[in-house]
Design a protein around this ligand. Structure first.
Ligand code: GLA
Length: 388
């Protein structure tokens, strides 16, 4: 569906701006962005597209084309999370409403608007469909408000919307990748210093995302529990290492010495994070050396950590990783994103893409009786807004 055409049909006039914001895949560095670690995501060529025009009455009117739903809310009722009729905002509208709330809290102009949006980022698949919505709306308010702000700062406002308004205690990775993506590149992003730079993928490689089709309910509370376990580990480890601020501050050797003082579940969660933070650096070195075999080997090895220590995989995701291991052209595969269902990411030889995609779908069907959706992805540019 084209949001521009639909906008004209629904509002009887042409929109003034169109905005696009991509989803993302994460290659390595999972569940480390809320522990001050380094991550390696890439924005992908699946995106939210938004057509928008300002409204002077302080009301936001939204059409979610894919859901065939409409919501209208007053900017004065953001705190109450009510629509114009006084009903609770539907969940999908909390993302744009949260962005307006976060921007206004920061003293920025986020006024009334009429908007129509659509997305081809699969929902709940760990590809940051919600971050893409947030970033698209933040960029729309920036364009309509005529204020200037770099994309990284814009992403931070979106993270605040997600944390404080929607209630998911996520890190900054997803909003960052959607805002700052660079075509043809993964992004090295240090979530402590906020320094980042694009990293070229090894020549002749391609990224494949495989959606298991599995979605776990209560993923939000499970995610927030993981974060709480990390915070508990930091609080306990501070007794042995004063000055420790996050799991970034502990070496794997120190962790081995102190880990016996942690309760079993907290120990496992923290072990994943501490080791994952250190191995991302190793993986980046592999990328710099254009060594797809080494990088891929690390992806395989570390899927296990998400499965056994962080406990965010599912048998279907493990199956996708195992099937990929036996296919032509594979360098590496692992779960991507928060987990609890969703997708694996695969680094493959570009020339073998067709055989790989077919093999993965066939293998998954044979092994699980379920259908996987597979996408050959291009690393893409981050958010952009265009006046019409
Ligand atoms: C979700 C969160 C991110 C990150 C990943 C796991 O996508 O939104 O901030 O924590 O999970 O790496």
């Amino acid at each position: 569906m084209d949001p521009l055409t639909e906008f004209s049909r629904l509002f009887g006039k042409a929109p003034l701006w169109q905005v696009r914001a991509p989803g993302r895949v994460n290659l390595l560095g999972e569940h480390v962005d809320y522990n001050d670690g380094v991550v390696l995501p890439a924005a992908i060529d699946r995106e939210v597209r938004l057509a928008v025009t300002p409204a002077t009455d302080g009301v936001v009117t939204l059409y979610a084309l894919d859901l065939n739903k409409k919501a209208s809310f007053s900017l004065d009722a953001l705190e109450q999370r009510l629509d114009l009729e006084g009903n609770p905002l539907p969940h999908w509208a909390e993302y744009p409403a949260g962005v307006a709330w976060a921007l206004r809290q920061a003293g920025l102009v986020a006024g009334g608007m009429q908007a129509v949006f659509t997305s081809d980022v699969p929902i709940g698949a760990g590809l940051s469909s919600s971050a893409a919505v947030e970033v698209a709306f933040a960029a729309a308010w920036r364009a309509l408000g005529g204020w200037e702000m770099d994309n990284l700062t814009l992403a931070q406002h979106c993270q605040r919307a997600e944390n404080a308004y929607v209630g998911v205690k996520s890190g900054l990775m997803d909003q960052f990748a959607s805002a700052c993506g660079v075509a043809g590149h993964a992004l090295y992003f240090d979530t402590r210093s906020l320094e980042w730079h694009p990293v070229k993928l090894p020549p002749g490689t391609a990224i494949v995302v495989a959606d298991s089709g599995m979605r776990r309910t209560l993923a939000t509370s499970a995610y927030n529990q993981r974060r709480a376990a990390c915070e508990q580990a930091v609080a306990l480890l501070q007794q042995y290492k004063p000055g420790l601020r996050s799991l970034r501050d502990i070496s794997t050797v120190e962790f081995a010495a102190y880990s016996e003082y942690l309760p079993e579940e907290v120990r496992r969660r923290a072990e994943h994070v501490v080791k994952e933070i250190h191995r991302v650096q190793q993986a980046v070195n592999a990328l710099r050396g254009e060594d797809a075999h080494l990088f891929g080997g690390l992806m395989f090895a570390w899927h296990k950590s998400l499965r056994d220590l962080y406990h965010v995989s599912l048998p279907e995701l493990d199956a996708l990783v195992e099937i990929a291991r036996g296919l032509p052209g594979i360098y590496g595969a692992r779960l991507t994103g928060a987990g609890f269902g969703g997708c694996t990411v695969n680094l493959i030889e570009a020339d073998q893409a067709e055989a790989f995609l077919q093999g993965l779908q066939d293998g998954y069907r044979q092994r699980t009786g379920k259908e996987a959706k597979v996408y050959l992805c291009q690393a893409s540019a981050g958010v952009s807004a265009q006046s019409i």
